[in-house]
Design a protein around this ligand. Structure first.
Ligand code: ADP
Ligand code: MG
Length: 249
């Protein structure tokens, strides 16, 4: 079992899908292969992230190859960085600071991270702040007050990334002042909860609003019950599924 012996971290990784992109065992390899900005490398280092965990070795290349992904990996294995790093690597210039005529992946919100609780959304936002140091992306943690601030076009046009619970994002969509049609990266964190009946309707509403044909979808979870996995895979195109297990010792 080659995958199981490749790291001292005792993580066994099983990947399924067509043409699964190869894992990268270091952040330097990732940078070389996918050319992400050196600022991002500096931010990894200053955050104390020196080498990738199993979910990161496998998941980051899959997301950088623009594949849809269902990733199952235990709590504490670094799932947040596994989706934020490729998101930041692909985001392009902050909208508010783009030079005239600079082409990138269009304007408007380009990434959305959904989380089941405000507490988790807050933690993800903090992680974003660490990784985005030196870049002026506007990363908005949606709160109760957000929907009303979006009425100001100048405010909503400068948002690059949204981190939100389904409830708050749907409230903003219903205010009529938020467009998600240029979103390229949609991530569901703790997807077992987001794909359960409590949130599914709202999550589907968000997915429907993310209408760009190149939308990449990724779900991350510590566990994914069969019915939630079926829903997740059903909304994806040619997905890769990876499962990280703690190896028996
Ligand atoms: P999960 O979402 O899988 O439960 P988190 O993303 O919350 O895990 O990460 C758990 C902890 O591990 C956090 O404190 C995070 O900063 C840290 N961490 C993540 N990736 C790395 C890494 N490559 N090297 C060192 N620490 C990491
Ligand atoms: Mg997590």
């Amino acid at each position: 079992d080659k995958a199981g012996t490749s790291k001292p971290s005792k993580q066994r990784v099983v990947a399924k899908g067509t043409n699964v992109p190869s894992a990268c065992s270091s952040f330097e390899d990732m940078q070389e292969k996918y050319q992400f900005p050196s600022q991002l490398m500096a931010n990894l280092e200053s955050s104390g992230y020196l080498s990738p965990t199993g979910i990161q070795e496998n998941g980051i290349p899959i997301l950088l190859e623009s594949r849809d992904l269902a990733a199952i990996s235990p709590t504490g294995t670094g799932k947040t960085l596994a989706y934020l790093l490729p998101t930041f690597a692909q985001l392009g210039s902050p909208i508010a600071h783009r030079k005239d005529g600079e082409s990138s992946k269009g304007s408007g919100v380009r990434a959305v991270v959904l989380a089941p609780t405000n507490e988790l959304a807050h933690q993800i936002h903090n992680e974003c702040l660490k990784l985005a140091q030196g870049r002026k992306w506007r990363m908005v943690l949606f709160s109760k007050a957000t929907a009303s601030t979006l009425a100001d076009k100048a405010v909503r046009e400068k948002i690059d990334i949204i981190i939100s619970t389904p409830l708050r994002l749907v409230a903003a969509l219903q205010s009529g002042h938020l467009e998600l049609d240029n979103v390229r990266h949609l991530i569901l964190d703790e997807a077992d909860r987001l794909l359960d009946s409590e949130f599914l309707e709202q999550v589907n509403e968000v997915i429907a609003a993310c209408s760009h044909p190149e939308l990449q979808k990724a779900v991350f979870s510590a566990t994914l019950p069969a019915n939630a996995e079926k829903v997740a895979l059903g909304m994806m195109r040619d997905p890769v599924r990876i499962v990280v297990g703690l190896k028996d010792t």
